[in-house]
Design a protein around this ligand. Structure first.
Ligand code: SAM
Length: 268
């Protein structure tokens, strides 16, 4: 069992709402990824960690049929089942367990998709091996995940390095990896997946726009938790909050968000 590793962000109403707003900003990037992969009618598809579910519904539209999913949160799973009753494409199989605890069928899927899931997983190689086994020969896997070290607030607050270290430490509390996007290509090669694409998307924003609101909502929301993670502490976290709110008053301020890397591989 993999229960000793807890999912860090939970499934509260507030988190569900945050995921929905985040999805509105990022779904077009994922649609373009699905276009490049060529996801089409009749494909057998598995999504891991669909969360609030916007990409799950998009995948169902693209294959014109059901899509399977592994979603460890009972609340997200229930909501997914309710959503999938609305579009007439039929019921996919939904496992409400952690991925490592699921017995996936071997050599079954044309496409496996994960967005913002791998950064929460310990032992990424074990997870990848499991997913590779579930792919058909020739099947593709696409993972969208962060290389968070691109994150910057401009003007740069003095405590920024400690803040970024706390961001990495937050994921490390569950043996997970804030910069997993940049590590995935190495892991793909380790498990014998061919790499087809590594594509970055870095969003930037000014106060008041959607990118600013998205990143600010997340980071100021978790700042009190981050303040417990050295080298950040309560005083430095208060400095970061003050600098962030001051920057927000100046339309020229710039937020460079964590990069999201699309990493696409194929099973030979
Ligand atoms: C940050 S959310 C991303 C949700 C969605 N993919 C999106 O793009 O909005 C991470 C999702 O992965 C799920 N998750 C995390 N760890 C998991 C695991 N070990 N097995 C299955 N699902 C997991 C969470 O419950 C949550 O739905």
């Amino acid at each position: 069992m993999s229960n000793e590793h807890e999912y860090l962000l939970g499934d509260s109403d507030h988190e569900t709402d945050r995921l929905r707003r985040q999805a509105r900003l990022w779904d077009p990037v994922t649609h373009a990824l699905f276009d490049r992969v060529g996801v089409g009618e009749g494909w057998r598809v598995l999504e891991i960690g669909p969360g609030a579910g916007s990409m799950h519904m998009e995948l169902r539209r693209r294959v014109s049929g059901p899509v399977d999913a592994v979603e460890q949160s009972p609340a997200f799973s229930r909501s997914l089942v309710a959503q999938t009753k609305q579009d007439g494409f039929g019921a996919g199989r939904i496992w409400t367990e952690k991925l490592l605890d699921v017995e996936l069928p071997s050599n079954t899927y044309d496409f496996i998709f994960l967005r913002w899931v791998f950064l929460f997983l310990h032992d990424p190689v074990a997870h990848l091996r499991k997913l590779k086994d579930a792919l058909k020969p020739g099947g593709k896997i696409a993972i969208q995940d962060y290389y968070r070290d691109t994150m910057a607030l401009v003007p740069l607050p003095p405590a920024w390095d400690a803040f970024k270290a706390a961001d990495r430490a937050f994921f490390a509390t569950q043996d997970a990896h804030a910069n997993i996007g940049a590590e995935l290509p190495r892991h793909f090669l380790e498990v014998g997946l061919d790499i087809m694409e590594i594509r970055p998307e870095i969003k930037t924003g000014h106060p008041g726009d959607d990118v600013w609101k998205w990143a600010t909502d997340y980071y100021l929301g978790v700042l009190d938790q981050y303040a417990q993670l050295p080298p950040l502490n309560a005083a430095l976290a208060a400095e970061i909050r003050a600098a962030w709110l001051a920057a927000q008053e100046n339309p020229a301020s710039l937020l460079i968000a964590p990069a999201v890397l699309d990493v696409v591989g194929r099973k030979t």
